[in-house]
Design a protein around this ligand. Sequence first.
Ligand code: NI
Length: 656
Amino acid sequence: MSSPRHPLDPLSTDEVLRARELIVADERFQRFEGGCRYITVDLRIPAKDVLRARIEAIETGGELPSIGREADVCLLDRVDGSTHEIVVDLDGGAISTWRRIEGVQPLATVEELSEAEDLVQNDPDFQAALAKRGITDFEGIQIDAWPAGNFGDPTETGRLARCVAFVKPKPLDSEWAHPVDGLIALVDLTHLEMLRIDDHGVVPVPEESGNFDVEAAEHWMGGLRTDIKPIEIKQPEGPSFEVDGNVVRWQNWELHVGFTPREGLVLSEVAYRDGGERRSILHRASISEMVVPYGDPNPTHYFKNAFDAGENGLGIAASSLTLGCDCLGEIHYFDATVNNGAGDPVEIPNAICMHEEDFGVLWRHIEWRTGEGEIRRSRRLVISFFAAVGNYDYGFFWYLQQDGTIEFEAKLTGVLSTGGIAPGEEPGHGVVVAPGLNAMVHQHYFNARLDFDIDGVDNSVVEVESQSMPPGPANPWNNAIEFTRRTLETELEGRRRLNTSSARWWEVVNPNRTGRLGHPVGFRLVAGENAVPYAHPDAAIMKRAAFITEHLWVTPYEPEERYAAGEYPSQHPGGGGLPEWTDQDRNIDDTDVVLWYTFGHHHIPRTEDWPIMPVARIGFMLKPTNFFARNPSLDVPPSVPHDPSCHSNKPGCDHC
Ligand code: NI
């Protein structure tokens, strides 16, 4: 057992086992004589003030506070469906709290989904419905269990999944090419029981293969390309980062790399060493929730609204990158440990990939009069993981740059969610991507929870807007641009949408610390692609995923407020999470603020998205704004030209 060295290190396999051992030994565990499922076994994050005191002690050489290891365990009673939140004191060998909750649904375990899929596949009535469609090879069927959602139907109670079917002609074929439209099974996951089969009529199953292997390239493209020469990334002296357990140091940056079953990758204690001073920026940053609302009212598709974090667990869905990763160069991998439904640790080797990447020009100026100048090349530190959630694969990439910028980018790939459509018909809410195959319009929303601590805990959020000035003596040439800064003071004021016509953005500042020229130090949230939801305000998803109705939410730090759609979004009727918390309208000025940034990718499919989607990218940047006295990358040395054929006559060529 490698003992954790940092209080934020994820639970080790031994700690996951220890948590279960202590729970099983507790007399309250006897209530589960009908069985229980371990939903998540996760590190209980130590109190923020203690973590900050620890950093302070390290910086000043003081005595480190003792920080115990605790686990947050979520259990599901397999008989009555109740949820149990248990805090386990791993050091003290005791249960600290045990709380039973009714009427909530924690995320679905892999075992539950597999059992539901097997149940549907072997159900005689479901098989009869398949036979009506000419499908009789029931082994060659892939059932896909979706979160049931909550549409206000009083008969739909309990822990539910809606299952749809796909035909899989051969075991390794892509089933997504062959959806069985119009047939939906409602399954009770707790009692593993078929509740209902809805058959909305026969739609022909599309026949064309949607495979994307080498054979498919040969079939559709006449073979693989032969004009690709190798690219090799060499770092003969090794990478420029230092790794100490889960703590990483690179180019003045310092941070802790963590991982949770629900969010996957988490960056904590992100700081920049500016001169001799360790300057804190983010206490913690993660993707707190995701939701993918589909925009087709067809009975096979209207319920598709997966919350990929809160209903499936992005960390649980993480893929091991052992089998090939998109990173080139000197790679450092972090393993991750999650749990299965029995509470066993499940190791994901190489879950997180970290490497350096050349990133083109950092800055340059060549004086045209003299031909002289300076050029610097940029590199960035990339920390990433991939989760495969159903048909989609999502990459989660954080980048740290030499100019002090932090960037997040989600990479969306995998296979489209599909339905069948009768020959000659046009889908009303989708695009035909193969004969008889409908890919429905949908949106992918992400919510980043950003707990800023810029040079200390107390920060404020400033909205910056630009506008033209009216003509007049103050604007004689009609060219004047005015920009205004307004501090968002309370949570209701902090609910904001982007506005391109005023170039609206938000800056997190420390109002108590100014830079060399008197500006408050801060970071600007630079939005990338974004969208607004088109579901009607009365739609179930608009209540259940209310975090998508605003781009920005700001809350005062509260440790229990962790996920944008609340702790238990699955089948929740709505209103949980950000809308509920921010209704309190608490103060957000000069206090410990948390920003929740929602960003959405609006996806009307294209034929180029089939049979597998080229990566779509969406994200945001956090750019230092009056945080440094000048360009912090002024000290990046010129690089030495290594290619004699290079056209540049200057050191540090920017052509390559
Ligand atoms: Ni999409």
